[in-house]
Design a protein around this ligand. Structure first.
Ligand SMILES: *Cc1c(COP(=O)(O)O)cnc(C)c1O
Length: 396
C-alpha cells in the first residue's frame, strides 16, 4: 500500500486487506459479529479496538473497512466512514458535529433530501441555517459569522449544474474556524480534488458513480482521522447507519472501474451537449464542460475542465414538451438515479423536486421544461441520434 499512488492505482489496490487465504478479489465478510479468543480478549477489544480488529458490523466490518480505506486513499483523505446510503452520510456528517444553537451556512441549490435535513430537521433541533446562492461569494461572505460552525454545499448542483468554488468558500469558512462539508456527487471522485481544494469533509452517495451500475445503495463520509473516528463514528455506530458488507463489496468492485466509466460517460455527455447547444427547441443546454457555461473558468480550475456525467436540457414548451421528449426517447430510461451505466432521464419539477414550491423551483431555475440527463455507457452516436430524433419529434 502506498500513499504515493495515483488515483487509478488507489482505485484498484487501495485498502485491500487479505484473509489467511490470500485471495485476489476482495472477500465479502457477511458477518455481524466477531469471536473473541477468551473473555479477557473481549474485554480488551471493548477497551480499545485496534486497526485490524472488529466488534460488531454496525461499528465496522473488514469488507466495509476495505471500502472506507480505498475511497479515503482515492480522495486524499485520512479516513472514511461508510454508510447505508448517501443520505445517511449527509445526515451523519452534519448531525454528528452540530448541536442546538449552532449556525450553519448552506447553498440553497440542494438535492431534495439534503434540503429537507438542512431546512426541516436541523431547524427542529435548534440549529440555525442561513441559505445562500452558492455561486455568489458575496452572499457567502455576508452569511458566514464568527460563530458559524459549518458550511455545506453540493460542489456541482442538481439539476442546474452550477459549480461552487470550493477554494473560495473554504477560505471564508476557515477564517472563522467553520468546517467545510461538501456533497461531491456530481463532481465525482474521478474529477474532483475537493480535499486538496479546501474541503474538510467530503460526502458521497456511493449509489451513483461508485456503484455506477444501479445495484446498491451506499454512502461515505471522508475527512481527517479525528473527525471520522472522533465525531462521525461515535454518532453513526450508535445510530445505525452502517453500510452492509455485501453493498460495501459491490462498491469496492465498482471503484475499480469507476475512472474508465466516468471518463467515458463524461466524454459522451460533452459530445451530446456540444451537438445540442443551440437546437431550436432548447431554451438552454446546461453542461459544465461547455465553454458557454456560466462558470467555465472555475470548471477549468476546479475540475480540470471536465463537466461530469450529467447534462440538463431546458425544453421550450414547458411540461408538455418535456414529457413528449421523455416519451419519445428509446434508449435512456425514465428514472431518477444518476451516474449509472444506463442513461437515465428525469423531469425534476414533477419528481425529485416536486416537493418544492413553484417559487423555490423558479428561484433555482428548475423550470417545467427542464430535463436532467444522466449519460450512461451506451454508444455515443446511438445516444445522440436518439436524443436528436426525440427533440425533432417535438419540434414538428
Ligand atoms: C443521490 C444523492 C444523494 C443521496 O444519496 P442516496 O444514496 O440516494 O441516499 C445526496 N446528494 C446528492 C447530490 C445526490 O445526488
Amino acid at each position: 500500500m502506498s500513499d504515493n499512488w495515483n488515483k487509478r492505482t488507489q482505485a484498484v489496490h487501495g485498502g485491500t486487506r487479505r484473509s489467511q487465504y490470500n485471495e485476489v478479489s476482495e472477500a465479502i465478510f457477511l458477518t455481524q459479529g466477531f469471536v473473541y479468543e477468551n473473555a479477557e480478549a473481549a474485554e480488551a477489544r471493548f477497551i480499545e479496538c485496534g486497526e485490524d480488529e472488529f466488534i460488531y458490523a454496525r461499528y465496522g466490518n473488514p469488507t466495509v473497512s476495505m471500502f472506507e480505506q480505498r475511497i479515503a486513499a482515492l480522495e486524499g483523505g485520512e479516513d472514511a466512514f461508510a454508510t447505508a446510503s448517501g443520505m445517511a452520510a449527509v445526515n451523519g456528517a452534519l448531525t454528528s458535529m452540530l448541536k442546538a444553537g449552532d449556525h450553519v451556512v448552506s447553498a440553497k441549490a440542494l438535492f431534495g433530501s439534503c434540503l429537507y435535513i438542512l431546512e426541516n430537521i436541523l431547524a427542529r433541533y435548534g440549529v440555525e441555517v442561513t441559505f445562500v446562492d452558492g455561486t455568489n461569494l458575496v452572499e457567502w461572505k455576508a452569511a458566514i459569522r464568527p460563530d458559524t460552525k459549518a458550511v455545506f454545499f453540493e460542489s456541482m448542483s442538481n439539476p442546474t449544474l452550477e459549480v461552487i468554488d470550493i477554494e473560495a468558500v473554504a477560505k471564508l469558512a476557515h477564517a472563522v474556524g467553520a468546517t467545510v462539508i461538501v456533497d461531491n456527487v456530481f463532481s465525482t471522485p474521478v474529477f474532483s480534488c475537493a480535499i486538496e481544494q479546501g474541503a474538510d469533509v467530503v460526502v458521497y452517495s456511493a449509489t451513483k458513480h461508485i456503484d455506477g451500475q444501479g445495484r446498491a445503495l451506499g454512502g461515505v463520509i471522508i475527512g481527517t482521522k479525528e473527525f471520522i473516528r472522533g465525531t462521525v463514528e461515535p454518532y453513526l455506530k450508535h445510530t445505525g447507519g452502517a453500510l452492509s458488507p455485501f453493498n460495501a463489496w459491490v462498491m469496492l468492485k465498482g471503484i475499480e472501474t469507476m475512472a474508465l466509466r466516468v471518463n467515458a460517460q463524461a466524454a459522451t455527455a460533452q459530445k451530446i451537449a456540444e451537438a445540442l447547444e443551440g437546437h431550436s427547441v432548447l431554451e438552454r443546454t446546461l453542461y459544465p464542460g461547455l465553454a458557454t457555461h456560466a462558470q467555465s473558468d472555475l470548471v477549468q480550475r476546479q475540475l480540470g475542465g471536465k463537466g461530469g456525467t450529467v447534462l440538463s436540457l431546458d425544453i421550450k414548451g414547458g411540461k408538455e414538451a418535456a414529457f413528449a421528449f421523455l416519451n419519445a426517447l428509446t434508449i435512456p430510461v425514465i428514472s431518477n438515479n444518476l451516474g449509472d451505466a444506463k442513461s437515465i432521464v428525469t423531469h425534476p419539477a414533477t419528481t425529485t423536486h416536486q416537493r418544492l414550491s413553484e417559487e423555490q423551483r423558479d428561484e433555482l431555475g428548475i423550470t417545467a421544461g427542464l430535463i436532467r440527463f444522466s449519460v450512461g455507457l451506451e454508444d455515443a452516436d446511438d445516444l445522440l441520434a436518439d436524443v436528436k430524433q426525440a427533440l425533432d419529434s417535438i419540434a414538428r
